[in-house]
Design a protein around this ligand. Structure first.
Ligand code: AMP
Ligand code: MG
Length: 333
């Protein structure tokens, strides 16, 4: 008799029934991959030590890299932090939540050390994606949710990226491509100033003008230096990444390295690279293009970072990390 093969479909549509199923699974200590407006997250309840352990194990994430807690209400955020921190979270939440801003604040007692990696602070964000908010409500608790990739891989911006990295044993709610495509801005909120720990689409200028506070941005765009053929640890595809500062330098790199090279460039330049594998260098597309480079089996990616990128510090930061620069600043997994 012919055997029957069942396909395990773990990418599921975000119907209200499936969101309830995801909520029930989370309440029982399972983990679920969810869409957010930044990247897909691998979510577990903050009070489930088992779920938190599974998140670290499935991602292969180092235990000393703390998790971001995702909330659906400001009241949930208040419960996670010292009472003295409430006014600053209220100020930032009024301007930027729900949205791609993660706020690091002094934590209330009782939060799992798995979330905070033993620090006395906790990172909190209210995502704007309606499915993420519905899942948090259905789970009945804030959710710890790092990006849903294997550690060191580019963050997932589509459900299929999660499946490619984590296999078919994780339920993935499919929210389509993420609207933003790179991770949130992470900011440490101190009494009278803000310190950007990771750049994102919410800029230092936007933070300063919304709060009137001084904003330090040690992650901001310094002058670029070329990074020929460097290997890398974060956001990394299989190919080596080389940064070119001009169209001519990118063309020269393609000429030297040959047909198995892919060029990532701002969309306005792509016409200059006809005949090469090309991809669009934008915040929205970067991670998907890095993953596509694996499918194309290219052995080198030339990333054209000319002056037009000067006002996109978050994109430059991710390109540099992919190219192996400054990895000591951020585990970024
Ligand atoms: P991911 O969830 O993979 O996007 O990464 C979360 C980012 O938030 C990492 O860069 C963490 O180092 C950072 N993070 C989380 N919690 C804290 C914290 N308490 N203090 C400083 N950074 C944090
Ligand atoms: Mg990550």
């Amino acid at each position: 008799m012919a055997s029957v093969h069942y396909t395990c479909l773990m990418i599921i549509a975000p119907t209200s029934e499936n969101i309830s199923i995801a909520g029930r699974a989370l309440r029982e200590g399972s983990i679920v991959a969810i869409p957010t407006e930044t990247v897909y997250g691998l979510a577990g309840r903050i009070d489930s030590e088992e779920a938190l352990r599974t998140i670290f194990a499935v991602k292969g994430r180092p235990a000393d890299n703390p998790l971001i807690v995702h909330v659906a209400t400001v009241a949930q955020a208040h419960a996670l932090i010292l009472a003295t921190e409430r006014s600053i979270v209220d100020l930032l939440a009024a301007a930027f939540w729900p949205g791609p801003l993660t706020i690091v604040l002094r934590k209330a007692p009782g939060l799992s050390d798995q979330i905070t990696a033993g620090l006395d602070t906790v990172a909190i964000r209210m995502p704007s994606h309606p499915i993420a908010l519905e899942v948090i409500k259905a789970a009945g608790s804030p959710l710890a949710a790092p990006s849903a990739n294997r550690s060191g891989r580019p963050s997932p911006t589509m459900a299929v990226h999660v499946e490619n990295d984590l296999g078919n044993s994780i339920v993935i709610l499919d929210g389509g491509p993420c609207e933003i495509g790179i991770e949130s801005t992470v900011v440490r909120a101190l009494a009278d100033n803000l310190l950007i720990l990771r750049p994102g689409v919410i800029s230092a200028e936007a933070l300063a003008s919304a709060t009137g506070m001084q904003v330090s941005d040690p992650t901001g765009a310094e002058p670029l230096r070329a990074s020929p053929g460097t290997r890398y640890r974060h956001y990394s595809p299989n190919a080596a990444i080389q940064i070119a500062l001009t169209v001519d330098a990118a063309l020269e790199a393609v000429r030297v390295h040959g047909a198995n090279t892919m060029v990532l460039a701002p969309p306005m330049y792509l016409g200059r690279f006809i005949g090469c594998f090309t991809g669009s260098l934008t915040e929205h597309d970067l991670y998907a293009e890095l993953r596509r480079s694996d499918d194309l089996h290219v052995d080198r990616i030339v990333v054209l970072c000319d002056d037009s990128l000067a006002r996109q510090p978050a994109l430059l930061n991710r390109v540099r990390k992919a190219a192996g620069e400054g990895n000591e600043e951020d585990a970024g997994t």
